[in-house]
Every structure is written in structure tokens, then in C-alpha cells.
Design a binder for this molecule. Structure first.
Ligand SMILES: NC(=O)c1ccc[n+]([C@@H]2O[C@H](COP(=O)([O-])OP(=O)(O)OC[C@H]3O[C@@H](n4cnc5c(N)ncnc54)[C@H](O)[C@@H]3O)[C@@H](O)[C@H]2O)c1
Length: 356
């Protein structure tokens, strides 16, 4: 897959046994040295293979926490690269999920005003969604992704076998984004999603690679021509306005993609209440979400905290709140007129319906 970007065109390749193919994957590249950022859990799980891959190169093991993806923490990572005399001739290589991607991408875009960067996504969310689209972000205080740049990796190598070791919660998190993209596609995409979800063993059923590819293609269709997120790409925030607020308000007890599933459920309820979505559609989509809603006592999250974080949402442009509402498959619309009172009312109903 070649992805066109205003910043630089880049490439995504599906690879089996990526950790056994360093020579082949890097053969076309010219570089001085390689420096690796490796997710701590990935390092533990794949240590022998990773050490063979990394060999004598320098590396840093980083825990994938939202707190580490922060303004205050990234100084340590710049320091490490600068002290190890990383140059613009060298390449930063990242193994990890969206957290490592966001912080590596931010560093890659800013260190020396841009360095070469290769990404091996190891979570379903990063493989099917975040690895393309060029967004890099770090958090500020407890608010998500407030600081960021647009800077894609030069190459992305996707080995779906990494998903076998994900915890159920992080597999579901990737699934949340996969569901979102297919609800934003068309009848064909929705049919593929339903076929995929009813098969046993979601990590390696016959549709697994197809659904990951399909998700990437749907995402590309949304940001092609709107890389900097000023128009159609905004719609991809379906489930995210409420989702990000829930992540922050729950102190990140709910992981990103699972919060997106809850966010879509909330946006659909608001769409239903406003008469944008029909009851039958609402029930149909809710049946899908219910299978993947995180087990979490949502009533512990106060509506006051949710509105506090919604007010800090970077997509908000008026004094009211912003949210992407939905009518049907591929029919999502941005609303900038959500009143706090309306949100509080819908939140009360949502909590009552949320599976305990
Ligand atoms: N840049 C973008 O376009 C974009 C898009 C969506 C989300 N994001 C960001 O991505 C982050 C979420 O990413 P994520 O869901 O990939 O989470 P993550 O990076 O936090 O990884 C989730 C967990 O899985 C572990 N892990 C990673 N790979 C593993 C593997 N193969 N086997 C076992 N465990 C593994 C990690 O150590 C971590 O504990 C959020 O910070 C979100 O804001 C960015």
C-alpha cells in the first residue's frame, strides 16, 4: 500500500514473521545506524527474537502508558537519542502499539526538524488504524492528544501475528476501531464486518487479514485529500468525542478503542433522541456494541467530569459541545450545537441502559 501524503509519501507492507526478516525489510534503505524504541510488554514477550533482530544496535524499552506519552516525560527520550549521538542519517525504529507510535512519531517529527522513522505496529489498533494517517500526539496534563504534529513513518511493516499475544481488552480495543470504520463505510464494508464478527477466533479467522486491510482502506478513503483534518476526516471522530472524555474521566481505566465503542453507543443514543437515527437502526448497532462494551462501572464516572473533558476537546469550535452523530452506515455528521443540558440528560439514560 502506497500512501500519498503532503509531508512525504510512505509505504505499508503486510509481512509474515517480520522478526525473522530484518535483512530483507531493511535491504532497500540507506542509513547510518538504527535506534529502537520497544514497548516494554512487547520486549518481554518477544525478547529472544527482538534481541536477534536488534543485535548490536542501540535500543530503549518504554512502558506503553498514557502517562509516558506526555509532555513531561518525552524529554527523557529526546535526551537518550541526543546523548547516543543519533544523527539525521540514522533511523528510529519502533515496535509497539499506538502509545509508542504517538510518542515516537512526535519525536521523529521534531528532533532535528524531522528524522527517518520505521514503525512495526504490534497492537490491532495500531495495525488496522493508527499506523496510517500521519498523526502524532502527546497528552497534556490528563487531557488526551492535545499536542501533536502530522508526520508519518517512512515504512510501516504489519505482522498480524503480533495480535495473538494481546490481552482480550486490547484486542477488543482494536476491534472498536474496526467496527467504527466499517459503520462509516458502505453496505459492502458492513457485510464484511458482520461476516468477520460471527466467525469463531477473531484473531485468526479467515477474514482477519481482510478486515485489517479493509479498515486501512476505509481510513485512507477518509483522509485522502484531508490529511490535516479540516473536513471529512473530522468524521472519524465518531465515538471519539465522548470516548476521549471517558478515557480521561476514568483515569484511563478504559482503554482507547473500548472507549470508542462506548462513545459510539452514546453518540447513537443522542442521535436517536434527536430523531437522526431510527429506533430499528439504533437497536441493530447497539446489539453489536453490547458484545464489546468494556466491563466497567460507568456510573462511577460523573457527568461533571465527562463535560469537563468534552469542553477541552480540541475539535470543539463553539461555546456548545461538539460530537459526531450518526444516521446509518456511512452517514455520520458533525454537530457543534450539543448543549450541556442535553448531554447530561442523555448520559443519565445511557447509564441506565449500560450493561452492568
Ligand atoms: N496517531 C493516531 O492516529 C492514533 C489513532 C488512534 C489511537 N491513537 C493512540 O493510540 C493509543 C492506543 O494505542 P493501542 O491501543 O495500540 O495501545 P498501547 O500502545 O497502549 O498498547 C496496549 C497494550 O498492549 C501492549 N502490547 C503492545 N503490543 C502487544 C503485543 N503484540 N502483545 C501483547 N501486548 C502488547 C502494550 O504494552 C500495552 O500494555 C492511544 O494513546 C491513542 O490516543 C493514535
Amino acid at each position: 500500500m502506497k500512501i500519498k501524503s503532503i509531508i512525504k509519501d510512505y509505504y505499508l507492507e503486510f509481512v509474515d514473521n517480520a522478526l525473522g526478516k530484518k535483512g530483507k525489510l531493511f535491504s532497500k534503505l540507506k542509513y547510518g545506524r538504527l535506534f529502537y524504541f520497544v514497548d516494554k510488554n512487547v520486549y518481554k514477550l518477544y525478547q529472544q527474537k527482538l534481541e536477534r533482530f536488534i543485535k548490536n544496535d542501540e535500543f530503549l524499552v518504554i512502558p506503553a502508558t498514557e502517562r509516558n506519552k506526555s509532555y513531561s516525560k518525552i524529554a527523557n527520550y529526546y535526551k537518550e537519542l541526543i546523548e547516543k549521538r543519533f544523527t539525521r542519517n540514522d533511523i528510529l525504529v519502533t515496535f509497539g502499539g499506538g502509545v509508542l507510535q504517538d510518542l515516537s512519531g512526535f519525536i521523529a517529527s521534531t528532533l532535528y526538524r524531522g528524522i527517518k522513522w520505521i514503525f512495526f505496529p504490534t497492537t490491532l489498533l495500531a495495525q488496522a488504524d493508527s499506523c496510517i494517517g500521519s498523526k502524532t500526539s502527546i497528552n497534556f496534563d490528563k487531557s488526551k492528544n492535545l499536542i501533536g504534529t502530522f508526520y508519518p513513518p517512512d515504512y510501516i511493516f504489519v505482522d498480524t501475528a503480533f495480535c495473538k499475544t494481546l490481552t482480550p481488552e486490547y484486542f477488543n480495543s482494536g476491534l472498536g476501531e474496526i467496527i467504527k470504520f466499517h459503520l462509516m463505510s458502505d453496505v459492502e464494508g458492513y457485510t464484511l464486518l458482520k461476516k468477520y464478527l460471527i466467525c469463531p477466533n477473531l484473531r485468526k479467522n479467515i477474514y482477519f487479514k481482510t478486515i485489517v486491510r479493509s479498515t486501512l482502506n476505509i481510513k485512507y478513503s477518509y483522509f485522502k485529500g484531508d490529511e490535516f483534518d479540516s473536513g471529512r476526516r473530522n468524521l472519524l471522530n465518531y465515538g471519539h468525542c465522548f470516548g476521549h472524555a471517558l478515557e480521561s474521566a476514568s483515569n484511563f481505566a478504559v482503554c482507547h478503542g473500548e472507549a470508542v465503542i462506548v462513545g459510539m453507543g452514546f453518540a447513537n443514543l443522542l442521535s436517536l433522541k434527536r430523531g437522526i437515527m431510527k429506533q430499528q437502526k439504533y437497536n441493530e448497532f447497539e446489539d453489536i456494541f453490547r458484545q464489546y462494551y468494556p466491563r466497567f462501572d460507568i456510573s462511577k464516572v460523573s457527568v461533571k467530569d465527562i463535560t469537563y473533558y468534552l469542553k477541552r476537546d480540541k475539535k470543539r469550535v463553539t461555546k456548545d459541545l461538539t460530537m459526531i452523530l450518526s444516521q446509518d452506515i456511512g452517514k455520520q455528521f458533525k454537530f457543534n450545537d450539543i448543549k450541556e443540558k442535553e448531554l447530561i440528560q442523555v448520559y443519565r439514560d445511557f447509564i441506565k441502559k449500560y450493561p452492568g
